[in-house]
Design a binder for this molecule. Sequence first.
Ligand code: ADP
Ligand code: MG
Length: 312
Amino acid sequence: MMHHINKHLTGTINNQNINERLARLMEEVEQDKDVQHFLKEHEDKLSEEDILRSSSKLYEFVKEKEKFLSNDESMLAPGYEPKLFLNHRYIDVTYVPTEQLVKEQEENIIKRRVHAVSMPKDIRDATLSDFEVTNERKEAFSDAIQFINQYDTSPNVFHQGLYLYGTFGVGKTYLLGAIANTLATRAHKTTLIHFPTFCVEMKQSIKTDTVQSKLNTIKKAPILMIDDIGADSMSSWIRDDILGVILQYRMQEELPTFFSSNLSMEQLENEHLRFSQKGEDEPLKAMRIMERIRFLSKQVTMIGDNRRLYQD
Ligand code: ADP
Ligand code: MG
């Protein structure tokens, strides 16, 4: 059958040089197993002329398949595998997304549901299945699973988030990331903020007059995770006008909110929130914030080895 392509080409094109070049190109096409198989499969539907008319497509197919198999960057559609198909009486090439591409695209959609602001990069790949469950961490782990299941079943009902309390390096941030990533696989959006960095950004936003718009985005996040609260000293402006406003809104709207801290709720109230940077003791203001944190979340203690010591 492929011999006929050659014959036709040589017959129709006069220029001898082109003739020879084309004949050589089509010889390559002729060798291709997929082309052979395709032509055999559609033998009864294709005349020699149909095949001739399709020779540039056959050539495109062979060339693009070569690039595809060798992962050549110059391929027309990276991640798409060329396939021959019959378009009436004309052979054409279609580009079919590979399983890997489809998987990557799905993963990207899922990843985009997690909005992480100033968070460590390694939480992007945090999963619950990689979370090492020890005796000390099993309560946090099972509470996390329970939250995910309950929220997923009825997202419009209020669910208390978790207040993960534990020493440096036990995996609080990792667990928050894993919860967010799991929720994302079930189409739920989460915003994670590293609280000390967020505070610095809010202060800088005063200059550009963007405090309100940034505050609005954070306070309205469907699920919010406030990482490392209590790590840096807070001004009363941050405590009352930023954190207070965020928590007030989330309490009213019953939006799930998580925290992680090196301080227990008790310590956060009495050793952190009570004292402004200027050293004033404001127990009532601390109490107001803590009421909201206690409404929004349940304290879970995480104790364990410092995982950071095992790395590198
Ligand atoms: P914390 O927020 O409590 O200070 P991190 O979540 O930052 O601790 O965890 C410390 C380090 O250990 C990080 O690099 C994190 O990626 C890693 N890590 C924590 N928990 C796990 C886990 N269960 N499985 C794998 N790596 C973990
Ligand atoms: Mg942390």
